[in-house]
Design a protein around this ligand. Structure first.
Ligand code: ATP
Ligand code: MG
Length: 689
């Protein structure tokens, strides 16, 4: 056996080794947090290449977030050096889907340079379609959007949605769904869910395409399998169906994406669909102290279970779990920040050893201010991401329009940015004209007939804009595409426009810097040769060398795929939502806002989905290796009003003897409580006379 692999295997426990060695048939590793599931995947990739002689380019490993994919890439990178790992695909499900679409444009009936609509673009299209029938409000659009997304995740196509519609609402949504799909095609665009749906439908219906991809990918590994939806499961099943060569790992207790169509039942389905499935269970946790693990086990024991799991650790008990009660949310943020500052020195820790997790991004705002106050470097995942900034969205819209002039949303976003005196009434008439002629807005600007609809001046302004875009496009085709894009930004003087619209010159400066950063990133991703080991799309999935179109569509995908942390691994405190923390681990974890209505979230309590919130808390707790601190506030501002908070029910579900409370709200003696209640009633009675 290859000596480095033999050594790696020896470092694993017998069950893990068994999972790595199971290569002839389908394999499922079902185990709790920190038991080495991801470690099995990374070692198995090295085992397949080094020991079984499989070409890395025939292996695809998929997971859910960019951050997790990056981590996995790093772990594999340390085992496979140089050419050994050449061509390996380690990516998110959606990137794999995007690569399949790029390779199958013709079979799918799409043209090169297709657009990827982000949820905002999709919403804008839905609004257009729905407004035709009647005035609709944001809630109605959101409801239809999520129904469409659910259908797509469940692999329900418009015809089927229509025939199964149980009531008027579903019938209406299905009709919008049908029009929406038609329009996306007309725009040569796909939405986020299509990245999985289109490949699945293609592979299901087109035997040649299926054979092509089965030749490309011989082995698949899926991390966080409990969060796959129906379409994602089918993608794996179609690709691996014949050979049955795949390994999936998951933990039903960490299923936290039901709201996005995740089906933890896929764990069960797997056993039904693949009779040869080998199931391996792992029980030893290598991540956390005994105390942290006991808390996690006790909490999750309150949920019903499909599979019973036991999880133990040899790490010793470690420190108790601290529960810190604060006066209000600001005190909570202050406490977390100042504590990290002192603990870093006292415990000789690094900033990156600390992670602060919370339920919703809004909770991070106060914390950010406090961290800035103490000059603590931090990195925030998700939230106000680079890509959600207005100027970056503008620049992205220019890029999108350059590669796909049919992208009406991109057109509308920037036709008057910077100002070109093209007003709403011009745009409305243009839109009507374009709809009648069934052409895109950009194409309509070129048509002679427009002069009958619009005043000459307006026609000229529109023409000037399209000439400008066309000229850039020509320059891109002729030579240095990136230089052409930079020239476009400079020529239209976007910078001056930013200065006019910013509250302060420094703000405009920063915004312009963001635009250049975006273009630099685009350039970098173009430069990335296929030889590059780190390349996300590799031989197993890439079908052509990178063009600007591909690079731009990859940028758009990155934008949508949660705007996770930048690639640097600098020394910073990590701020992230519990959802984004999946699969990661940190020596010291703070979990904020352990209050009813926050964790569990109010909506979950109202909708009866507290179990999913409990799993979320389980995910949060099990990120901690050595210490865990839970914080809460007695009062918090909701909708501008200060209101009293109740400690989370999850605190009561943790082993009391392992908790070290600070500022515990008095546990009132029930008799005293009753007496107080009665005297209040008596008081009221006397008041009322
Ligand atoms: P999660 O459910 O949170 O995704 P996981 O099951 O994927 O967790 P890993 O992240 O693979 O767990 O492993 C948790 C930690 O345990 C890592 O630091 C890993 O290096 C370590 N580990 C895994 N297996 C072993 C082992 N056999 N011996 C020592 N350490 C191990
Ligand atoms: Mg993992």
């Amino acid at each position: 056996m290859n000596p480095s692999i033999a050594q790696r295997l020896r470092g694993l426990n017998p069950s893990q080794q068994q999972a790595v060695r199971a290569i002839d048939g389908p394999c499922l590793v079902l185990a709790g947090a920190g038991s080495g599931k991801t470690s099995v995947i990374t070692t198995k990739i090295a085992y397949l290449v080094k020991e079984c002689g499989m070409s890395a380019r025939k292996i695809a490993a998929v997971t859910f977030t960019n951050k997790a994919a990056r981590e996995m890439k790093e772990r594999v990178g340390s085992m496979l050096k140089g050419r050994e790992g050449h061509g390996l695909t380690v990516s998110t499900f959606h990137t794999l889907g995007l690569n399949i679409i790029r390779g199958e444009l013709k079979a799918l009936g799409y043209k090169p340079g297709f657009s990827l609509f982000d949820p905002e673009d999709a919403k804008a299209l839905l609004r257009d379609l729905m407004d035709k029938d009647a005035q609709v409000d944001a809630d109605q659009i959101n409801a239809v959007q999520s129904m469409i997304s659910n259908w797509k995740n469940d692999l329900v196509l418009p015809g089927e949605a229509l025939s199964h519609a149980a009531d008027d609402d579903a019938h209406y949504a299905a009709r919008v769904y049908e029009a929406y799909v038609r329009h996306l095609r007309a725009y040569n665009a796909v939405d986020f869910d299509d990245l999985i749906l289109l490949p699945v439908v293609l592979l299901r219906d087109d035997p040649e395409a299926l054979a092509r991809w089965r030749r490309k990918i011989h082995y698949m590994l899926v991390d966080e399998y409990q969060d796959t939806n129906v379409s994602q499961y089918l993608l794996v099943k179609l690709l691996m169906g014949e050979r049955e060569t795949f390994t999936v790992v998951g933990d039903d207790d960490q299923s936290i994406y039901a709201w996005r169509g995740a089906r933890p039942e896929n764990l069960v389905t797997l056993g039904e669909d693949f009779s040869r499935l080998k199931v391996v269970k792992l029980e030893q946790n290598y991540r956390s102290t005994g105390t942290i693990l006991r808390a996690a086990n006790a909490l999750i024991a309150h949920n019903p279970h499909v599979y019973d799991k036991t999880l133990w650790s040899q790490m010793g008990d470690g420190a108790p779990i601290r529960v810190v009660v604060n006066r209000h949310e600001e005190a909570e943020a202050e406490r977390v920040a100042s504590e990290i500052l002192t603990r870093r020195i006292k415990e000789r820790a690094e900033w990156r050893d600390f992670a602060v997790l919370y339920r919703g991004n809004f909770q991070a705002r106060l914390l950010e201010l406090k961290l800035q106050h103490y000059q603590i470097p931090y990195k925030m995942s998700g939230g106000t991401s680079f890509f959600s900034r207005g100027e970056v969205k503008d620049a992205m819209a220019y890029l999108r329009l350059l590669i796909n002039p049919g992208d009406d949303n991109a057109f509308l976003r920037i036709v008057n940015v910077p100002r070109r005196e093209i007003g709403p009434s011009t745009l409305e008439k243009l839109a009507n004209y374009a709809t009648d002629r069934e052409v895109s807005l950009f194409a309509a600007c070129h048509e002679m007939g427009l002069e009958q609809t619009l005043p000459e001046r307006a026609v000229e302004r529109l023409a000037r804009f399209t000439r400008f875009i066309d000229a850039t496009r020509r320059r891109m085709d002729e030579g240095d595409a990136i230089a052409a894009i930079r020239q476009m930004m400079t020529e239209m003087d976007y910078e001056a426009w930013l200065y006019q619209n910013a509250s302060a010159p420094t703000v405009a400066e920063r915004r312009m810097a963001n635009v250049w950063t975006l273009i630099d990133q685009l350039e970098k991703s173009l430069d990335r040769s296929p030889e590059d080991d780190d390349a996300e799309s590799t031989d197993a999935t890439a079908t052509q060398t990178d063009s600007v179109e591909d690079a731009i569509s990859r940028l758009v995908l990155r934008d949508i795929l949660e705007q996770q942390a930048e690639e640097d691994d600098s020394d910073r405190v990590q701020l992230l939502t519990m959802h984004a923390s999946k699969g990661l681990e940190f020596p010291h974890v703070y979990l904020m806002g352990l209050e009813e209505d926050l964790l569990p979230h109010r909506n979950a309590v109202e909708n009866g989905t507290v179990e999913e919130e409990r799993r979320l808390a389980y995910v949060g707790i099990t990120r901690a290796r050595r210490t865990l601190t839970l914080t809460l506030a007695r009062q918090r501002k909701t909708y501008g009003e200060l209101s009293d908070c109740t400690p989370s029910r999850f605190l009561d579900e943790l082993p009391a003897e392992d908790l070290d409370w600070e500022g515990r709200p008095d546990k009132e003696d029930p008799e005293k409580k009753q007496a107080r209640g009665q005297s209040a009633i008596a008081g009221l009675r006397s008041l009322l006379g």
